[in-house]
Design a protein. Structure first.
Length: 221
């Protein structure tokens, strides 16, 4: 099950795509224009983007460029503009593939499934600088050497690295991190976990976990 962002100005086609993908268990967020897409994109993280190119108030390629500023999740263009020049422009904008209109909804569903499978495989190993996380085995390596984290430290690190480049507030982190007994983690406990995690990462200069004073934390540059 994935969170899919669908930008398509044809309301009938958008509804048909949404129903087809929701049958496969996916959650679909829809937008019908460029401005609306910009607003909805900021609401949450998405696993896959399906974008029309020709929009009444903008261009899907420009929206793809916006996505690529903060996300590397796959982008598929849904378009009748399938000439070689159009496709090259789309790949330059950052898309991963094209689905040419008109298309079968069953074919689209198969392509979405294939793309998501590849993405899930790629996401089992997350790397940033000298730090690598194997999420399939719950292992963390620093400069090739395994470092041992507690369950809470591991969840904290994984959550922050998946939000790389985004400021995460203390309130959000405390909401996400519950211990095994269901006791809520307070602000002081969160600071202790951050401190211990930094010590294990050798992160005294905050090249991994960066404090945003008065707000929370961010990961990476």
């Amino acid at each position: 099950m994935a969170d899919i962002f669908l930008l398509e100005d044809d309301t009938i086609l958008s509804k048909g795509i949404s129903i087809a993908l929701e049958k496969d268990g996916h959650r679909v967020t829809t937008a019908y224009g460029y401005v609306e897409a910009l607003q909805r994109y900021a609401e949450k993280k998405y696993d896959l983007f399906l974008l029309d190119i020709n929009l009444p108030d903008g261009n899907g390629m420009n929206f793809c460029k916006k996505i690529r500023q903060t996300s590397q999740f796959p982008v598929l263009f849904l378009t009748a503009n399938d000439t070689e020049g159009d496709m090259l422009n789309g790949f330059d904008a950052g898309c991963d593939d094209y689905v040419s209109k008109p298309f079968s909804l069953d074919v689209l569903r198969k392509k979405v499934t294939a793309v998501l499978k590849r993405t899930i495989v790629d996401q089992t190993r997350i790397q940033y600088r000298d730090l690598e996380i194997d999420t399939a085995k719950c292992l963390v390596f620093l400069r090739g050497e395994e470092i041992h984290l507690t369950a809470t430290e591991y969840r904290l690190l994984c959550y922050l690295i998946r939000q790389k480049g985004t400021v995460v507030t203390k309130a959000v982190l405390m909401e996400k991190l519950w211990d095994i007994d269901g006791n809520f983690i307070d602000d002081n406990t969160l600071r202790v976990h951050i401190k211990r995690l930094r010590q294990k990462l050798g992160d005294n200069d905050q090249k991994y976990i960066i404090t945003v004073f008065g707000i929370g934390y961010t990961f990476g540059e």
